[in-house]
Design a protein around this ligand. Structure first.
Ligand SMILES: N=C(N)NCCCC(=O)O
Ligand SMILES: [Zn+2]
Ligand SMILES: [Zn+2]
Length: 327
């Protein structure tokens, strides 16, 4: 979108009932309806062949789209209308091979290359956490090694499962090995639950990660945690990866590897709002498995999470555009 074009926004829910018609994220236009160019492309990755326990995250993207019908155009928490500040559009799903993990990883990377190459930032809806690796590869090709904020109950820096190196428990170890992360700014947030051994933590620390556990969030509060994370990230290009199981199973039952004692959705949303000044280049929300959900609890939480992330990106795009116009 050039600076003098008005973004095409969501379907007006005061004219067309919000439950009518096919679902796109937040009832936004499809990417092809805005000439194939968007500032933020919301894309689904229906892939869950990398999971170690309950399957079903392949249906996550569409469940989030359905739940996002109720999102409204003005975000008071960030005082912004994200879909008016920048062109946000739904790029549909990346068609990945469910029978071949390595090929799926390549397909996701190539599709992300195309979208990022068109100038869009990515808001990806998973899918299981395996997909973070090809997304990070693509983002690093564009920006160099990026800072990573990883919200998750799990470390996801394990080595292999059944000899497989691409799984939902291993993407961030692979990313560190490949040199696509800025190891001076890596944090897990919401970590908790049993591990295989203490070595998991030692290995993780050696890779450069800092840990803010879900109990830390509870004790110190969202604002203090966001301040600390912001300081660590500085103005580095930042990728945020959100495994919905960072939330307590009470707030996100619809996921494949639930762990007790997690964050509330309020805490997650507040931490994200506290990061609004960071240079967020792309993000994902993964591990929503609707078959285990009830009353869309998980997909509503995921849709609001993606809404906050999209708002951060839109505000930055609008601010950058204003700066370049002033020059
Ligand atoms: N990324 C998610 N959600 N879970 C990883 C769990 C890996 C395990 O089964 O130990
Ligand atoms: Zn997890
Ligand atoms: Zn994960």
């Amino acid at each position: 979108m050039s600076s003098n074009e008005t973004p095409r926004g969501p379907v007006d829910s005061s004219r067309v009932p919000r439950y009518a018609g096919p679902a796109t994220f937040a009832r936004l236009p499809r990417l092809d309806e805005v000439g194939g160019r968007a500032d933020v492309a919301v894309v689904g990755v229906p892939f869950d062949s990398g999971v170690s326990y309950r399957p079903g995250a392949r249906f996550g993207g569409n469940a989030i789209r359905e739940a996002s019908r109720l999102l409204r155009p003005y975000n008071p928490a960030q005082d912004a209308s994200p879909f008016a500040l920048a062109q946000v559009a739904d790029g549909g799903d990346i068609a990945v091979n469910p029978f071949h993990i390595n090929e799926a990883v390549e397909t996701v990377e190539a599709a992300a290359d195309d979208l990022l190459g068109s100038g869009a930032r990515l808001m990806t809806l998973g899918g299981d956490h395996t997909i973070a690796l090809p997304l990070l590869r693509s983002v690093a090709k564009k920006h160099g090694p990026v800072a990573l904020l990883h919200f998750d109950a799990h470390l996801d820096t394990w080595d292999t499962y059944f000899g497989a190196e691409y799984t939902h428990g291993t993407p961030f170890r692979r990313a560190v090995e490949e040199g696509i992360l800025d190891t001076s700014a890596l944090s897990h947030v919401g970590t908790r639950g049993p591990l295989y051994g203490k070595q998991d933590l030692t290995d993780d620390e050696k890779m450069g990660f800092g840990i803010v556990t879900s109990a830390d969030v509870y004790r110190r509060g969202a604002d203090e945690v966001a301040d600390q994370l912001r300081q660590r990230i500085g103005d580095r290009p930042l990728y945020i990866s959100i495994d919905i199981d960072c939330l307590d199973p009470a707030h996100a039952p619809g996921t494949g590897t639930p762990e007790a004692g997690g964050m509330t959705s309020r805490e997650l949303l507040e931490i994200l709002r506290g990061l609004a000044s960071c240079n967020l280049v792309s993000a994902d929300v993964v591990e929503v498995a609707p078959a285990y959900d009830h009353a869309e609890i998980t997909s509503v939480a995921a849709s609001h999470t993606a809404y906050e992330l999209t708002t951060i990106m839109s505000r930055q795009i609008a601010a950058a555009r204003k700066d370049s116009e002033a020059q």
